[in-house]
Design a protein around this ligand. Structure first.
Ligand code: AMP
Length: 415
């Protein structure tokens, strides 16, 4: 028997109301803030991600689904959404548009990870990017949008974690300080962190290993070594977040797992935190567009995992509206009546009324049982008499009341 590949899942009809609900909340909030939808391909040139996300990140080193197609091009299934959007921005000359360009997406995302609750090999992200302005007010807007989005979904008890990791001017100095600090603890660090110390020292800060965390608690903090511009940006951002009444906590350990971030990084976390719990994260990436061949263009964005949002909606028992289903079932008695039933079903559907119809040669009783199981409100019954008169029996499935009606009356009643 075949099964869905490890770390992937089917989204069955009973799950669909959650997905439609979250997608609709995402679309409405984006409309409120002036973001337009963009869809990029499921796969891109592999290099797009190694250049942007970073050669020495977990995503690029261990998690990408990369393959050669029949023409020999090296492609990767998208492991994240920001790089493709930036590629599209550059490719389509969007710097000629009014800046910032504000785009959002809901995309399937692929990472070869060890599957566990809230972590899959195929997941979906709702993300948005504001490209073309370095005003900290735009960072504040991006954070506000994330907050209002989760709120509109009905989620409570969330926190915003905030940090600044500086820019290409001040980060090298910070990294040197960080390396010097951790070099004093090499023997205590976990094996991963010893590699990070050489290759990606920023990631030392978010190691989950308790002994590394102990060392990190007194590690030098990036915000203490920001250049005056980055420092000013952070101060201004915090002031705007205050104006917006957004409850953020500064966290010097927050660095995020992708290399393109500059200055602002943030995450939204549900109450019971933990390694795999972030609902979403984002930040500023002022050097990415130029790295991908565009003009130097500052930008800021955010992405949230759809599956994690839905997990939290279920945990918090948020009521989700059901999706509409047909409320009418057509039953018949005999071959001639079946012909009429087929015609009637088609006519009602063309008029915009959703109907289900019986099939086969089951008894009327069995057909009505089926209607009952489907929990429709009405059954339409066509028997020999109705074939002759051109009318149908309308049965209220709740009260069992029946009456014979003409086609025009039927449509009016069903509406
Ligand atoms: P990232 O692109 O790593 O910043 O991830 C953004 C958000 O996507 C995270 O906060 C999660 O909600 C979600 N996410 C990331 N990786 C996975 C995964 N493997 N499975 C499910 N959700 C994920």
């Amino acid at each position: 028997m075949y099964r869905a590949p490890r770390g992937t899942s089917d989204i069955l009809p009973q799950e669909q109301p959650y997905w439609r609900y979250v997608e609709q909340k995402a679309a409405s909030i984006c409309q409120l803030y002036g973001y337009e939808r963009i869809d990029t391909p499921t796969f891109e040139e592999a290099q797009l991600f190694s250049r942007s996300v970073g050669e020495e990140t977990d995503i690029v080193e261990k998690e990408m689904y990369t393959f050669k197609d029949k023409g020999g091009s090296e492609l990767s299934l998208s492991p994240e959404g920001t790089a493709p959007v930036c590629r599209a921005y550059v490719e389509h000359g969007m710097h000629n548009l009014q800046q910032p360009v504000k785009l959002y997406y809901i995309a399937t995302t692929f990472r070869y990870e060890r599957p566990q609750a809230g972590r899959y090999r195929q997941h979906h992200q709702f993300g948005y990017e504001a490209i073309g302005d370095d005003d900290p007010a735009l960072d504040a807007e991006v954070i506000d949008l994330a907050w209002q989005f989760f709120k509109s979904c009905g989620l409570v008890g969330l926190t915003i974690k905030l940090n600044s990791i500086g820019c290409k001017k001040c980060r090298p100095g910070y990294l040197a300080t960080l390396k010097k600090y951790y070099s004093g603890y090499v023997s205590t660090l976990c094996s991963d962190c010893r590699i990070r110390l050489k290759r990606n020292p920023l990631r030392l800060l978010d190691c989950k290993n308790p002994s590394c965390q102990k060392i990190t608690s007194s590690a030098p903090r990036s915000i203490e070594l920001l250049c005056p511009e980055c420092d000013g940006h952070l101060r201004q951002l915090k002031q705007y977040l205050g104006l917006l009444d957004l409850p953020f906590v500064e966290n010097h350990r927050l660095v995020r797992g992708l290399d393109y971030y500059t200055r602002t990084v943030f995450e939204v976390q549900p109450e019971e935190g933990g390694a795999q719990s972030a609902l979403g994260g984002g930040g500023r990436y002022d050097d990415l567009i130029s790295k991908l061949g565009g003009k130097p263009t500052p930008a800021v964005g955010f992405a949230a995992g759809m599956e994690r949002i839905i997990l939290n909606l279920k945990k918090q028992k948020v009521p989700i509206p059901t999706l509409p289903k047909p409320q009418v079932f057509i039953a018949y008695l005999g071959e001639e009546a079946k012909d009429e039933a087929i015609k009637l079903a088609s006519k009602l559907r063309r008029e915009g009324i959703a109907v289900l119809e019986a099939l086969g040669t089951r008894s009327l009783k069995a057909q009505l049982r089926q209607a009952n199981n489907l929990a429709v409100k009405y059954a339409l019954i066509i028997g020999e008499d109705e074939v002759k008169s051109g009318k149908v029996i309308l049965r209220d499935m709740i009260t069992s009341e029946q009456k014979t009606v003409s086609p025009s009356e039927l449509e009016r009643l069903l509406r």
